[in-house]
Design a protein around this ligand. Structure first.
Ligand SMILES: Cc1cc2nc3c(=O)[nH]c(=O)nc-3n(C[C@H](O)[C@H](O)[C@H](O)COP(=O)(O)O)c2cc1C
Length: 187
């Protein structure tokens, strides 16, 4: 059995909804278990017990939410000291109101999480361009839900974005399971 942990921060429920959709996708893959936790509730044991970890954040002031960064700077940095996250699979997702034509910081939010994930020695699974619905729910770094319209009115995560999030979950779960089955990182 492979285990995937989805960690996220959310104030208004949008990123939480994306986390739920990713979990639905993970559950479609046989022999993969999923748990979903808020960043502030995640322990080092939660992480070491997982074969794959998917990090999600709302875009805040153009970059990742402080609770996700706190998790990385506290719990994850402890894992880094002992190489305990090395070889685990990872992916990212985000939501943002997206004011302006270039996304309002969505890329930087995902890239900053990916940068930390790379530092941990994790194996990054991006979002392949041939994912069904890709153009409406993500970019190469991961699933992304735009939650604001062009006047900054909150419109919530679209069904298209949730559908891409589900497929992101499927894809990460498959890679996690394949690596676990191959026992690549076992001594
Ligand atoms: C303090 C704060 C700063 C934000 N900054 C940005 C931003 O820079 N770019 C953006 O696209 N959205 C920004 N947003 C909007 C949120 O990213 C967006 O509403 C997101 O979907 C909220 O996720 P949640 O419902 O999970 O809390 C900001 C929201 C808050 C509360």
């Amino acid at each position: 059995m492979s285990k995937i942990l989805i960690v996220y921060a959310s104030d208004y429920g949008n990123t939480e909804k994306m986390a739920g959709a990713i979990a639905e996708g993970v559950k479609l893959v046989p022999d993969v278990e999923v748990s979903v936790k808020k960043a502030e509730d995640v322990s080092a044991d939660d992480m070491t017990a997982s074969d794959g970890i998917i990090f999600g954040s709302p875009v805040h002031m153009g970059s990742m939410d402080w609770r996700v960064k706190k998790l990385i700077d506290t719990v994850c940095s402890g894992l880094w000291m002992q190489d305990l996250a090395v070889g685990k699979v990872a992916g990212v997702f985000a939501t943002g109101s997206g004011f302006g034509g270039t996304g309002g910081g969505a890329e930087l939010t995902m890239l900053s999480m990916l940068n930390n994930i790379a530092e941990l020695g994790m194996i990054i699974v991006p979002l392949p361009k041939n994912t069904h619905g890709y153009a409406k729910g993500g970019l190469q770094w991961g699933a992304y839900g735009r939650t604001g319209d062009e006047n900054l009115n909150p419109v919530g995560v679209s069904d298209d974005a949730l559908s891409v999030a589900r497929l992101h979950g499927v894809h990460i779960a498959r890679v996690t399971k394949a690596l676990k089955d191959a026992s690549v990182f076992k001594a």
